[in-house]
Ligand binder design. Sequence first.
Ligand code: GLN
Length: 198
Amino acid sequence: APVIGVFALQGDVREHLRALRECGATATAVRRPSELDSVDALVIPGGESTTMSNLSIEFGLLEPIRKRIAGGMPTYGSCAGMIMLAGRVLDGRPDQQSFGGIDMTVRRNAFGRQVDSFEGPVTLSPFEEPFHAVFIRAPWVESVGEGVEVLGRAAGRIVAVRQGSLLATAFHPELTGDLRVHRHFVEMVRAGLNVTEG
Ligand code: GLN
């Protein structure tokens, strides 16, 4: 089984570990560079992207994660994790850093200006049935580059994207027990490993 790390300096780490294990992956917390070296893929949880930015600098993970992502490591980010995967962040703190990887601009707390948190069905292109999506002070995707596939929208805004081996959602599938997004990611990881193993 592929070994999938969960960025564990901040955020809803346990929920992602549980969802990944329920999908049959080996899942492990990543807090230091040596732990990053031992994983095939990474999940960046929901939480607070400004804190993730600060702690990843403090723990020496910012550059190593940037390098792994740029080198093709499959990575999935939910909510704050989506912000960390964005090439460009709007309404961030002045010194806020992201890992980057997805050619998109996200706006932090974007829905929050109207309503802080909400939930509802979202149509996602990989799945037949709508996904019950939970949004908590969620970002939206303001614009995407040509290589980015839009997987779903809510309230007319882009809330799920894929670019190559990178996946991001503005909502939190780890909180609702619906494993389809995690399963989709584990399949992306398996497909990538098969390619490199020939
Ligand atoms: N508002 C948070 C941020 O900007 C994200 C919220 C979440 O992950 N639920 O990082």
